[in-house]
Design a protein around this ligand. Structure first.
Ligand code: KG4
Ligand code: ZN
Length: 340
């Protein structure tokens, strides 16, 4: 079989990334420049600043991805680029660059849904992983449980009705005085705390629902912090972090297992930035072992935003001849499974 090399480009939020991946599985390069240090002082991503910084580095990032993979544009079979969902201005930088490069080098263009891309991160380090499986996609902007029937074929079984889980992590972290992005900081701090010290609500919604709601948990943590402050009680930040994390993770784990049971599927993958969370991995591993379910999750670098997952997703569209036209536009919102 001929090898196909896809160049993946990702600029939907605050990471500028480009990667060359062979046959959707073998990463030759994955260059990521993060703007975290720039946005940190504002406590979150400032969209206009993100766009400007993508512009500053996009061509160096793509050049570095080609150089590190020892490929030239001639060796590339198609360009896959995130076009939705995300910050519109940020998406436009990667998409415009990808289009211009594809047009000038006479390559096919493949627009990628960022949420779909996260799922494909799972294929980068596990050559035996094949659909069908249940995917828990947990990031700063999304919380979904999806049934992945085949490459590019999804059935969304549940999603958040309000905040994304990563958003709740970042908000709680901010109130605790931890720097953006707060998810990894809460993860680390929670290890020093007692997860049973504060009883925050575990919100399951209706019985059998696979939807999520994290705004109630977030408000409950914020109210707890305010009431402690009003009583002049010193905050035990580690206990707050551990108890919040327990409430969030327990619901995510139980609903994902329930989805696997309901769909009669014994394979689960984790995806998105929050899939880097050590408590989520630990709980999931234990429960999956108990129930004889196969579990896969990407290395940390492929959990958060990266070009390699976009290139992998692009490969499976490439072999199905699913290409995009050059009038493809960036979209701030797009659901998993929706077409362009
Ligand atoms: O996938 P991602 O890079 O961007 C989006 O598509 O949103 O995810 C970023 C999110 C942030 O909310 C960040 O706090 C969270 O992932 N995150 C974590 C951890 N690492 C990143 N949350 C909890 N524990 C972690 N270890
Ligand atoms: Zn993402």
């Amino acid at each position: 079989m001929k090898d196909y090399k896809i160049l993946g480009i990702e600029t939907s939020c605050d990471e500028t990334s480009a990667s060359v991946v062979v046959n959707g599985r073998r990463v030759l390069s994955n260059i990521i420049t993060s703007q975290i240090d720039i946005h940190k002082k504002y406590g979150g991503v400032v969209p206009e600043i993100a766009s400007r910084n993508h512009i500053n580095v996009i061509s160096q990032v793509v050049d570095a991805a080609l150089l590190e993979s020892s490929t030239t544009m001639e060796d590339i079979d198609a360009i896959a680029v995130t076009y939705a969902p995300g910050l519109e201005g940020a998406l436009l930088v990667g998409l415009s660059y990808g289009k211009a490069l594809a047009f000038s080098a006479n390559k096919k263009l493949i627009g990628i849904n960022h949420i779909e891309g996260h799922i494909f991160a799972n294929f980068l380090e596990n050559e035996n992983l094949e659909p069908p499986f249940i995917a828990l996609i947990v990031s700063g902007g999304h919380t979904h449980i999806a049934k992945v029937l085949d490459y590019g074929k999804y059935q969304v079984l549940g999603k958040t009705r309000d905040d994304a889980i990563g958003e709740a992590y970042d908000k709680v972290a901010r109130v605790l005085g931890l720097e953006y992005p707060g998810g990894p900081k809460i993860d680390a701090l929670a290890k020093k705390g007692d997860p049973d010290s504060i009883n925050f609500p575990k919100i399951y919604l209706d019985k059998d629902s696979l939807d999520f709601s994290f705004s109630g948990l977030k408000s409950s943590v914020l109210n707890y912090i305010n009431s402690q402050k009003m009583k002049n009680i010193d905050l035990n930040k580690a206990n707050i972090a551990a108890s919040f994390q327990k409430a969030a993770i327990e619901v995510a784990v139980n609903k994902t297992l329930k989805a696997a049971e309901m769909e009669n599927i014994n394979k689960i993958v984790l995806a998105g930035g929050v899939a880097a969370n050590s408590a989520l991995r630990f709980e999931m591993e234990n429960k999956c072992k108990e129930k004889n379910i196969e579990l896969n999750y990407p290395s940390n670098v492929y959990c958060t935003d990266n070009g390699a997952m976009i290139a992998s997703c692009g490969y499976y569209k490439f072999i199905n001849n699913e290409f995009s036209d050059f009038d493809l536009n960036a979209k701030a919102t797009l659901k998993l499974g929706d077409s362009q």
